[in-house]
Write a protein that binds this ligand. Structure first.
Ligand code: TIU
Length: 251
């Protein structure tokens, strides 16, 4: 671990600056799977225009490169069920398309099933060897997984979020993380929704009331914070006062 990984980065975020050290931060990339992003998968079967999610791919790719360059660790997730559906609650199975359900044969294999082509992470965002992939049966990545144990075992206190869809798996996971005590920031242009108005509403909702669930910031702000980490900010802890924010933003 080099010195840069221990320095504090300050992000110009909303509702106020977000401080993190690469060493204790993980980027969680949620469900960037063919099932949601490409035609013929679960998202399309539900009646969505999947092309709306495509614009997040480049931003997520850039964010992943940035994090890898700056020693911010990374965990990818996939929403998936076992082929026998033993981990799929009947309520989840019943919802959605009238005839084409989770587990049925679709254009990219059985829908939302682990190991099928449609369930893979899109090739542009393929995890590198050694990066963790969490396979999750729920919308939230903490439900019925070892994610919390894994993060605590690694000493992680801060999470950056990216992925799809903003109002379903991303929002659910960020709320779960917040309740578990993690400091959470959603990267605004590295997440997308099938319903653009929902994305905007979620961004507002998460950071309302003084950051009730967490922070949001564009990728450019994360990039400036990491590429321009200032030694004067090193060692700073906690929520800054207005005066401190002004000073740090001017660093
Ligand atoms: N339907 C929808 O918007 N999303 C999901 O079902 N899963 C995720 O968000 N990953």
């Amino acid at each position: 671990m080099n010195a840069a990984a221990r320095e504090v980065a300050v992000v110009k975020a909303k509702p106020y600056p977000f401080f993190f050290t690469p060493k204790t931060t993980t980027l969680i990339v949620i469900d960037m799977q063919r099932d949601f992003i490409e035609h013929g998968g679960f998202g399309a079967v539900l009646g969505n225009d999947v092309s709306l999610l495509a614009k997040a791919v480049q931003a997520v790719k850039d964010l992943m490169s940035l994090c890898r360059r700056h020693q911010v660790s990374m965990i990818h997730t996939r929403e998936a069920h076992r082929a026998d559906l033993s981990d799929c609650p009947p309520a989840k199975l019943r919802r959605g398309h009238a005839t084409l359900r989770i587990g049925d044969a679709g254009a990219m294999g059985c829908i939302l099933i682990d190991g099928e082509t449609g369930n893979e992470i899109v090739p542009e965002l393929a995890p590198l060897p050694g990066e963790t992939v969490i396979v999750k049966p729920g919308k939230g990545a903490f439900y019925a997984t070892l994610l919390d144990d894994l993060l605590r075992g690694r000493g992680i206190t801060h999470l950056l979020f990216a992925g799809v869809t903003t109002e379903v798996c991303v929002q659910t996971t960020m709320r779960e993380a917040n309740d578990r005590g993690y400091e959470c920031l959603l990267v605004e242009d590295a997440t997308e929704s099938y319903i653009p108005a929902y994305k905007l509403a979620i961004l507002e909702m998460l950071r309302a009331q003084g950051g009730i669930i967490g922070w949001t910031a564009p990728l450019a702000a994360i990039s400036s914070a990491l590429e321009g980490t200032c030694r004067r900010c090193v060692g700073y802890r906690g929520r800054p006062s207005e005066e401190q924010c002004r000073r740090m933003n001017g660093c």
